[in-house]
Design a protein. Sequence first.
Length: 56
Amino acid sequence: MEKAFSTLVQAGAKAVVKPTLSEWGLRAVVDDSEGHRCELTERKSNAGISSALHDS
């Protein structure tokens, strides 16, 4: 999560919500150069941690 978030910000995305830990996992939000908001999530699971990228 941290690496993906940093890579997006270095490429010009605007950090809206820095990676934040919650009871279900990590969440971060960025706006790309065209104004699209992207939510990054890294969920906890019984088998470990899985990652997903959602465009919101």
